[in-house]
Design a protein around this ligand. Structure first.
Ligand code: DX5
Ligand code: ZN
Length: 217
């Protein structure tokens, strides 16, 4: 199966966002990965609704929105209005995760759950059948361009087992430090979706880099 490639807008050129969106539109990428940070859940602030609306206006591919914010329930409807196709919330940020997942789906979006590097995949056992996506953080969230955490491979294997056990259709997304060296092993281990920020946008030919990732299996 060909991987789903989701370039992360966080590493795009915000002084000329339309150009990078066009590049993704014309590339073999599948989704736009859109990182929202609140400065509380993670030690960084990225962007909010005006920027997401602008991306949505130009994007011809689905928006995969990754919320690194506390208490995301406050904003689910606004993210739906802003054009999010899938919305991932952090396990660590949701007291009533099951309710949040139902809320995302009721708004017509695909529901994802992201987990930090220290969080065990087993904690998802009671929601895995209800979700469309698990975003496995392979760096500590907050910044692009960080070093990939090697323990991610064993988490992919455990998650794959859990998905099969529970008859879930959740896709496994890897987010953080994905590059042309580790991508093939991630896919062999069971990843379905590769997020790539730095690897795509800081390469000499971002569109070609996307094609190289897409050609892996
Ligand atoms: C990190 C974000 C990632 C980030 C990935 O907190 O969730 O999506 O943009 O960037 P790279 O691929 O540069 O590690
Ligand atoms: Zn992300």
């Amino acid at each position: 199966m060909k991987p789903i490639i989701a370039p992360s807008i966080l590493s795009a050129d915000f002084s000329n966002l339309a150009k990078d969106i066009e590049m993704i539109n014309n590339s073999e990428a599948d989704w736009f990965h859109v990182d929202v940070m609140d400065g509380i859940f993670v030690p960084n602030i990225s962007f909010g609704f005006p920027v997401i609306n602008a991306i949505h206006q130009h994007a011809k591919k689905p928006l995969d929105v990754h919320l690194m914010i506390v208490d995301p329930d406050r904003f689910l409807a606004k993210f739906a209005e802003s054009g999010a196709d899938s919305l991932s919330v952090h396990y660590e940020a949701c007291t009533h995760l099951h309710r949040t997942i139902q809320g995302i789906k009721a708004l017509g979006m695909k529901a994802g759950v992201a987990i930090n590097p220290h969080t065990s995949v087993q904690l998802l056992e009671n929601v895995i059948a209800d979700i469309d996506l698990v975003c496995l953080m392979s760096v500590n969230p907050g910044f692009g361009g960080q070093k990939f955490i090697e323990n991610t491979y064993s988490k992919i294997s455990s998650l794959k087992d859990l998905i099969l056990q529970r008859n879930s259709s959740a896709k496994i997304e890897i987010d953080g430090g994905v590059d042309l060296k580790n991508a093939a092993k991630l896919l062999h281990t069971g990843a379905d979706v590769l997020v790539a920020g730095n690897t795509v946008f800081n390469s000499d030919n971002p569109s070609l880099t996307i094609s190289l990732l897409k050609a892996l299996s």
